[in-house]
Design a protein around this ligand. Structure first.
Ligand code: SAH
Length: 381
């Protein structure tokens, strides 16, 4: 891999912690970290790297602000609300970078007041772009502090003239003091209000707040690892815990008897149900619930689950979930994690409850950052 292209603002932004390493060094660094973390339990497999480590993010968001009365947009400097202006982020999809730059220029032309976090006045606060390289669909979400958006119709027309590939534009009204970018108040200004992505020959609908893996190329490799490791059989019942829009469960549904997906975000569950229907999958059921609560209910009812595939957020699974998991006693647990530290804690719990760790496979889903995804395979003894 060539020597890295140094980003102009990398020192201030903090988004790319591994900026100074070339890509093979980054992989080496991540491998060592995972090896050290798990060395007492198992020898991890060789990390699966990306073919192209640049411009992989299919979801890009920026904050808007003023710098000496000039409109700027970019990332917050870590742990602050100071914006570092970013013009061509090397992690972001390039089309998303272009769209964001056009929106910034239009905001200046249309004199859109930028939201002020101190007095809650103003309008444009953040922009999020979500896109699919496989279907070409692009969603722009304009996060505003007010309902009113000056000259909205002309703004939309000008944006679409510059970027005709945009398929939907949504407004999210967020005037609260919060670090969440999107609120739950949305207005669809143009198009369907969601995008679709094609993954593993299935179509997935993605709503503004639904979780969807940000690196579309690497996710194919990640899911492939998890699904192959599960060595599924036609008569098995699979639990897809923390299922998001149902991507993992639906990718494997045809190979098994039944899939049960559980997820907390109601929009993601609505997407998952629609995704099952649109892909003519009839043996998948999706439940909106806390995964720990739902697993406990299943354990109390002595339901039979053959394989649990779990993919919790960074905090890992809670005790309620783990407790119910060992009661349900699936033969296999495939644990996908974006935080190997909490994953290790959870694995230690399972090792004390009749599971053995068969493998750990690191996958680089986030080049240039500290983060590494890992797939652990556990078997009941
Ligand atoms: N497996 C999915 C999503 C993984 S991200 C995929 O690959 O796309 C983790 C998901 O867990 C998010 O969708 C989040 O909304 C969900 N989540 C967070 N806390 C949860 C909880 N307590 N119970 C169920 N789902 C939860």
């Amino acid at each position: 891999m060539d020597r890295i292209r140094k980003c102009a603002v990398s020192n201030i932004c903090g988004g790319c912690q591994l900026q100074d390493l070339d890509y093979s060094e980054q992989l080496n660094y991540k491998q060592q970290k995972i090896n050290q973390l798990f060395n007492k339990i198992i020898e991890p497999k060789t990390i699966i790297g990306a073919d192209d480590p640049y411009h992989y993010r299919n979801k890009v968001q920026v904050a808007f602000g003023y710098e000496k009365k000039r409109v700027i947009c970019g990332n917050y400097v870590e742990s602050t609300h100071r914006i570092v202006e970013i013009k061509d982020c090397q992690l972001a999809n390039q089309k998303a970078n272009e769209i964001i730059s056009d929106i910034k220029n239009l905001a200046v032309t249309f004199k859109i007041p930028i939201f002020n976090e101190y007095n809650y006045q103003g309008c444009l606060r953040h922009v999020m772009v979500r896109l699919s390289e496989t279907t070409g669909q692009i969603m722009v979400i304009l996060v505003t502090g007010s309902y009113v958006f000056p000259r909205k119709k002309d703004f939309i027309k000008s944006l679409l003239k510059k970027q005709p590939q945009i398929t939907t534009i949504v407004q999210s009204i967020n005037n609260r003091h919060t670090s969440m970018v999107l609120s739950d108040k949305f207005e669809v200004w143009y198009g369907k209000g969601y995008i679709e992505d094609k993954l593993n020959n299935l179509f997935f609908r993605i709503s503004p707040t639904s979780f969807y893996q940000v690196n579309s190329k690497q996710v194919i490799k990640l899911y492939d690892c998890a699904i192959k490791a599960a060595k599924l059989k036609k008569n098995e019942i699979i639990m897809d815990a923390y299922c998001g829009t149902g991507t993992i469960g639906l990718s494997l549904a045809k190979a098994v008897k039944k899939v049960i997906g559980v997820e907390l975000n109601k929009d993601a569950i609505r997407d998952a149900k629609i995704n099952a229907k649109n892909n003519q999958i009839t043996n998948a059921e999706f439940i909106c619930a806390d995964a720990g609560n739902y697993m406990q209910k299943m354990a109390a009812e002595k339901e039979k689950i053959d394989v649990v595939i779990m993919d919790p957020p960074r905090a890992g699974a809670d005790n309620k979930f783990l407790n119910a998991l060992v009661k349900l006693r699936p033969q296999k647990v495939i644990y996908i994690s974006c935080n190997p530290y909490t994953q290790k804690g959870n694995i230690n719990y399972l090792l004390k409850h009749f599971y053995k760790l068969e493998s750990i496979q690191p996958v680089d889903m986030f080049p240039f950052t500290e983060h590494t995804e890992t797939v652990a395979v556990l078997k009941h003894i």
